[in-house]
Design a binder for this molecule. Structure first.
Ligand code: GDP
Length: 385
């Protein structure tokens, strides 16, 4: 599937570049073009894989390139004002070769949170191709205002995309590691998961074609029109005797082993850590991609895994296929679409409601509080002159 990536804000730009890097190193071929949009000049300058003509500064006249300071209403305003500059950067993209757009943003800050839904809405207005979102939720430790931003942006973003794939930073925090130092690792994880899915049907020169290829229309049908998705992933190392130095062995892998290996990898992918943890019984549709060396991609294993996902989710719409790659792993990526039972989203909404209430209370007592602070204890002659 060929995508145009639009990375909005700092997280959006970095995750977009991680996907571009994955695409290049794996010859995946799913990134057709990539554009970065930001209100902060320094963030745009920090990008590594994006040509200058594909870096768009918005809100320059109002914000002087200094960002929104986590104010997502400001992010949405300047995106609306400068939307022409964003779409102009896409003018020379050969959209007829593209299957979809993917707008990527961290939802806790100001720029990505506010501008990504505005940009997605405009892309949907201009193009007939589907527009998907990749929304990154903030960690709990980041504080209430980030949760409030994320809860508000989440609701708007879902409305303006054909599907919102969600990645929760909170679920991906590792013990002893701050979120900041973990971002590189998390971004690679996002790139790998989406990379395996989106590059499934793309055949680079010299790469073998799968037995049952997952093509763009299957991904589009799984994502559907509207709703939220999450992605699972797991990989199992394989022994490839033919690759050992001086080895003359040309042993085909045992079929039974291959079937079981695929099934256990798919179970790990679905039952392990999802990009956004959710109840699998609330999944509407699913797509399974199993990748690895062709000799290890056992058809029966993929079929049984598909049926296992059907039983686990209760969904009647589970698509699946293989993606041959030269690697030392058999990997499974599962896209669960149309999920509705997501505790983390409910938690974010609760934090957002409480934060909003507290902010209103503070605002309401604002003037008296300041008068109290400034009153020096005496209005008469002895007061501060
Ligand atoms: P913006 O530039 O105003 O959109 O704000 P940022 O992108 O800097 O931050 C928005 C949110 O994205 C933060 O609250 C973090 O949760 C998250 N974030 C920031 N940088 C990264 C990153 O590199 N990777 C990931 N996964 N999340 C990030």
């Amino acid at each position: 599937m060929k995508l145009v990536l639009v990375g909005v804000g700092q997280a959006g730009g970095k995750v977009m570049e991680a996907m571009v890097a994955y695409d290049r190193q794996s010859t995946g071929g799913f990134v057709h073009d990539a554009v970065a949009v930001n209100t902060a000049r320094a963030d745009l300058l920090g990008l590594e894989h994006t040509p200058l003509a594909r870096r768009v500064l918005i809100g320059g006249s109002r914000l002087k390139g200094h960002g929104t300071g986590a104010d997502n209403e400001l992010g949405a305003d300047v995106a609306s004002e400068d939307i022409g500059e964003v779409t102009a950067a896409l003018d020379d993209v050969a959209v007829h070769d593209v299957d979809a757009f993917l707008v990527v943003a961290g939802l806790g800050g100001g720029t990505g949170s506010g501008a990504a839904p505005v940009i997605a809405r405009e892309l949907r207005r201009l193009y007939s191709e589907p527009v998907y979102g990749l929304g990154i939720l903030p960690g709990r430790a980041e504080g209430s205002i980030y949760s409030l931003n994320a809860a508000r942006s989440f609701m708007t973003f879902v409305d303006h995309v054909d599907n919102l794939v969600v990645f929760d930073n909170e679920a991906w925090r590792e013990g002893g590691e701050s979120l900041r130092t973990g971002y590189g690792r998390i971004n690679e994880e996002i790139a790998r998961r989406l990379g395996v899915l989106f590059s499934a049907g793309e055949v680079a020169d010299g790469r073998p074609v799968g037995e049952s290829v997952v093509d763009a229309s299957e991904i589009i049908n799984t994502l559907g029109s509207g709703g939220v998705s999450t992605v699972g992933y797991a990989a199992t190392p394989i022994d490839r005797p033919e690759r050992r130095l001086f080895s003359r062995q040309r042993v085909a892998p045992d079929v039974g082993d291959s079937t079981n290996r695929i099934l256990s990898t798919v179970r790990k992918a679905a039952l392990g850590r999802l990009s956004l943890p959710c109840e699998l019984s609330s999944v509407e549709r699913a797509l399974l991609v199993v990748s690895g060396p062709p000799a290890f991609l056992d058809r029966k294993g993929i079929e049984r895994s598909r049926r296992w996902i059907e039983a686990e989710t209760g969904s009647m719409e589970v698509r699946g296929g293989d993606a041959p790659v030269d690697s030392d792993y058999v990997a499974a990526a599962v896209l669960f679409s149309g999920v509705t039972d997501v505790p983390r989203v409910k938690e974010l909404q609760q934090i957002a409601i409480e934060t909003q209430r507290t902010m209103r209370d503070i605002e309401a007592e604002g003037p008296e509080g300041l008068q109290d602070l400034l009153w020096s204890g005496d209005d008469g002659e002895d007061g501060i002159d």
